[in-house]
Design a protein around this ligand. Structure first.
Ligand code: PGA
Length: 234
């Protein structure tokens, strides 16, 4: 199973020209990499970017019709998008996504033939209260309820306190959490780590903590840095 290195650009950059520049930089450096590389730009740039595997950062939970602002899984599939991030903590927080909505989205995405990067993770308070595993188990059980086909599923363990903070999770704690997540799903599901990944720590998450890949936010907007992260997974 190849490692999966995913760029999550979030709501960046602010123009298509800049998106193309970063994307082309990544494309030039990523050729020949041992890992599978996926770039998830904002929806508006998806059709302008070609030459690397694309992912979307979210999807609507209904199939199509009168849902103003919605983007369906089938629309993404028809745009040749291969992956979709579902359940990111920022979508849970700012879009008020519940485990139930996330479950429907995962079913829609798999039904449309998309591969899923399903995000789970605990807050700082939950971690300090010793509730991490309870939170992870609940998110995974509810998010994957009544899903039988795991062949398109990847899970990203992203401790919320580590996202965008520079306070990345230690290798030991990441390994424990990844092992716990792995114990809840079939062995063919790739388990990624995300949260303040940079080229200085990326190799350790793969080689020491046993992650099958990385979900990279801030550092994926710098093509050179992201290429180093991709190569560290070889
Ligand atoms: P970060 O974001 O790498 O900027 O911490 C990771 C993510 O939110 O997926």
């Amino acid at each position: 199973m190849k490692n999966l290195i995913v760029a999550n650009w979030k709501m960046n950059p602010d123009s298509q020209k800049k998106a193309e520049e970063i994307f082309n930089g990544i494309k030039n450096g990523a050729s020949g990499a041992g890992a599978e590389v996926v770039v998830c730009p904002p929806f508006v740039y998806l059709s302008a970017l070609r030459g690397l595997v694309l992912g979307a950062q979210n999807v609507f939970y209904k199939e199509g019709g009168a849902f103003t602002s919605g983007i369906s899984a089938v629309m993404l599939k028809n745009l040749d998008v291969k992956y979709v991030i579902i359940g990111h903590s920022e979508s849970r927080r700012y879009l008020k996504e519940t485990d139930e909505i996330i479950n429907i989205k995962i079913k829609e995405a798999i039904g449309a033939g998309l591969k899923v990067i399903f995000c789970v993770g605990e807050t700082k308070e939950q971690r300090l209260a010793g509730e991490k595993n309870i939170v992870l188990e609940k998110q995974i059980k509810l998010g994957l309820q009544n899903i039988e086909d795991y062949s398109k599923l990847n899970i990203a363990y992203e401790p919320i306190w580590a996202i965008g903070t520079g306070d990345n999770c230690s290798v030991r704690e990441t390994q424990e959490s990844i092992d716990f997540v792995r114990s809840l799903v079939p062995a063919n599901v790739r388990i990624l780590y995300g949260g303040s990944v940079k080229s200085e720590n990326s190799g350790d998450y793969i080689k020491k903590a046993g992650a099958n890949g990385l979900l990279v936010g801030g550092a994926s907007l710098d093509a050179e840095e992201f290429i180093k992260i991709i190569k560290s997974a070889d």
